[in-house]
Design a protein around this ligand. Structure first.
Ligand SMILES: [Zn+2]
Length: 106
């Protein structure tokens, strides 16, 4: 994992996010996350790790982090959410945040 050196983004982006009191996920920024340009984030349930494409603008980074956290919640709470369901919830919250600019995820 490569940190985005020389950037203040690590000061804003939590390196670890607690999903329950006992379960947390490490979060990392990786400039060259995937050769597939559509992949903006990846979620690894077995090692509880979320990787995000480090070249994303902050706003997009927050949304993709939220997307990957939904996968984590689905895994931890055994919800079995499909990619379509995760994407739908993400889209709905994206709209809620757009309609309510006072709200912030972090
Ligand atoms: Zn997904």
């Amino acid at each position: 994992m490569t940190k985005a050196r020389g950037s203040s983004r690590w000061n804003k982006l939590p390196g670890r996010i607690r999903v329950t009191p006992r379960v947390s996920y490490r979060v990392g920024l990786v400039p060259d996350l995937s050769s597939e340009p559509k992949i903006m984030g990846e979620f690894y349930d077995t090692v509880r790790l979320i990787l995000l494409r480090g070249t994303l603008p902050d706003r997009e980074l927050r949304l993709y982090l939220f997307h990957e956290l939904l996968h984590a919640v689905s895994d931890v709470y055994d919800l079995g959410l499909t990619e379509k369901q995760v994407a739908g919830i993400e889209r709905a919250f994206r709209r809620i945040l757009r309609l309510n600019p006072g709200l912030r995820l972090f």
